[in-house]
Write a protein that binds this ligand. Structure first.
Ligand code: PLP
Length: 406
């Protein structure tokens, strides 16, 4: 068996496997609604105009390619928390927020879990919503932590099951870690209301849980960066200490550049300084230091008022195109009187859900038929990426959905 011993081929990642199957499909009609990346009206990947402009500026200025510190590019570390927490955040003003650059959102989650594993009591469980982004489980478990679930979606109403959620968070042992999606919950596209968020903050406070926010879609949900950060800012206002992972993959279109951040909101500046130094050591041992190029793009953009407003326009453009496609999909299904798989018998959830995804309610067998008979690729839970829909394919998609639900 050689020095490596017996090694079996790992199971395919469900989402990456879907992309591979899409690539192999020879049909000219094929549509990819699986991938969580923005596509233009022509179905092409997009480099944001502001990003191209900043990159040109960077070339002109002749920046070097030296290593950056473990904790990241200092200008980036300064602006990233301002975006999520707001420039008037008490945590920033009181110097009790530590922010480190990470390898996109996944890296932030991984570093945060490593911190929990090292510094919180043994056996600490990280609770995630059911359902959640599938990789949460792998990230939590690969740091040696246990993953637990709390109820999230009420499939009958296609709304947050707030009573179930509160009950489960309340029943988790004191001092657990509760992972919350900041906005545009993946895969459901359904978020708690403002009132729900207040109740969630209350129970977390009562139970002395540690909140771990995951922000992968800020600005992408409503098109408004501040609105999308409501939950995080509320928790800080409530005096809670917390961790927050930020990703610049979707909102800056920097997917492959791997730019993200982890912030720790602490009770005082001394604690923030200590945590920063400890997380520096974690990063040093894991991958030494994060990438420079994309961090500079984000830092230059967020640090300049005129570039910042250009970015906001780019972001709004993406968010609006997605919102338009929600309407187009709903209208198409209504026109055909396509039976809805949800209890209320309508397709309204398609326009009520926010962010990149729609949780259609289609079941496993219907999804399989969409893939096998119609060359439309989506995850088996019935989640579709709205970014994969455009004016040229929406009618084809409507007809295919109509056909598989009848
Ligand atoms: N968290 C959620 C909920 C996501 O949907 C994603 C990406 O799809 C991520 C985190 C991390 O993405 P990345 O590592 O590309 O920033």
């Amino acid at each position: 068996s050689g020095v490596f011993g017996e090694i079996e081929v790992a199971p395919r990642d469900p989402i990456l496997g879907l992309n591979a199957a899409f690539k192999e499909d020879k049909s000219p009609k094929k549509v990819n609604l699986g991938v969580g990346a923005y596509r233009t009206e022509d179905g092409k990947p997009l480099v944001l105009p502001v990003v191209r402009k900043v990159e040109q500026k960077m070339l002109d200025l002749g920046f070097d390619k030296e290593y950056i510190p473990q904790s990241g590019l200092p200008e980036f570390q300064k602006v990233s928390p301002l975006l999520l927490f707001g420039k008037d955040s008490p945590a920033i003003k009181e110097n009790r927020l530590a922010c480190l650059q990470t390898l996109s959102g996944t890296g932030a989650l991984r570093v945060g879990c490593e911190f929990v594993q090292k510094f919180l009591p043994k056996g600490t469980t990280v609770y995630v919503p059911n359902p959640t982004w599938g990789n949460h489980y792998s990230v939590i478990e690969s740091a040696g932590l246990k993953a637990g679930k709390y109820r999230y979606l009420n499939k009958d109403t296609m709304k947050v099951d707030i009573d179930g959620l509160l009950e489960d968070v309340n029943n988790a042992p004191d001092h657990s870690v509760i992972l919350l999606h900041v906005c545009a919950h993946n895969p459901t596209g359904v978020d708690p209301t403002k009132d729900d968020w207040k109740k969630i903050a209350e129970v977390i406070k009562k139970k002395n849980h540690l909140t771990f926010f995951d922000s992968a879609y800020q600005g992408f949900a409503s098109g408004d960066l501040d609105k999308d950060a409501f939950s995080v800012r509320l928790f800080v206002d409530q005096g809670l200490e917390l961790m927050a992972a930020q990703s610049y993959a979707k909102n800056f279109g920097l997917y492959g550049e791997r730019i993200g951040a982890i912030s720790f909101v602490c009770k005082d500046a001394k604690k923030a300084e200590a945590i920063l130094s400890q997380v520096n050591r974690i990063i040093r041992a894991m991958y030494s230091s994060p990438p420079l190029h994309g961090a500079r793009i984000v830092a230059l953009t967020l640090g300049d008022d005129s570039l910042l407003s250009e970015w906001k326009k780019d972001l709004e453009g993406m968010a609006n195109r997605i919102i338009e496609m929600r309407t187009a999909l709903l209208e198409g299904l209504q026109k055909k009187k396509t039976p809805s798989p949800t209890k209320d018998g309508t397709w309204k959830h398609v326009v009520e859900q926010i962010g990149m995804f729609s949780f259609t309610g289609l079941d496993n067998a219907q999804v399989k038929r969409l893939i096998d008979e119609h060359h439309i690729y989506l995850t088996s839970d019935g989640r579709i990426s709205m970014a994969g829909i455009n004016p040229s394919n929406v009618e084809y998609i409507v007809n295919a959905i109509d056909e598989v639900v009848r």
